[in-house]
Design a protein around this ligand. Sequence first.
Ligand code: MN
Length: 303
Amino acid sequence: MFRPQVNRKALSLDLSLSPKVAGWVRGDAGSLRQVLINLVGNAVKFTNQGRIGIAALPGETHTTSKRRPVLFHITDTGIGIKPENRERIFSMFEQEDASMTKCFGGAGLGLAISKKLVEQMGGSICVESVPGVGSRFSFTVEFDEAAPHFPNAAACQALALPTPETRILIVEDDAFNLKFLMQALEGSGYRVECAQDGASALSMLSGMRFDLVLMDIQLPVMSGIEATHLIRSNAVEGCDPNIPIIAVTAYALRGDSERFLEEGLTDYISKPIDATKLLTTIGRVLAQRQTVRGPGLAGSTPP
Ligand code: MN
């Protein structure tokens, strides 16, 4: 989101996520996202050279609490904030001074909103800053512990899915989405392989048997649509041209579902991906496939 501006100013952007923070928590993702957008947006806006850092690390735990505090730091090498203004900047509509406003535009409203959102999430926000050197905004948010809400083994068995040999090819170029999809599918007992563009997907499909393809549409080298066309036209040696292909797409617009079906895709799910929706769609598509094939086809004898 901030990449164009960061690149234009030749800033470096460092992301750091402590492994101790990784895992599943439940919280207000929308509010957290808004706070990060406000703070990172300000950091980029008020920094003309140097770096922006975004870090998440475990916060201080109260032994009695089941909540998981996470501490976020947004660091910049920007113009900084004078000591006398450090509390004021979180008040609605206040800005550092007229000259700053002239140069950089206002940041006050975003900070006031961020403070409110952080407090609603059970945390607090503060800033350390040296004028001319940079600033570091820190805030904490308390999350609830959460188990990933993937269907459990019993639920999968009730759906008769997945069988241990059900193998899914994930085609996805975005590392975060890929990790999410792998965790969701492996966590539900599927065998998973991945490809990061359409062309490598095709070579994997010709070299290995798969039961289903999860196909991102926007891919480098060869798009998901092109890859689907080639599979459907039986141009991929060793690959069943009727293999179910589920589009995973950011185009969550009305009418797209029909368009994707016309392009030869079996079904589609939209980003951001909901794990339950993902798994039920896969389950439904695989079940339909079994019905089409008929049960016990391999063991049946010709008349
Ligand atoms: Mn993509």
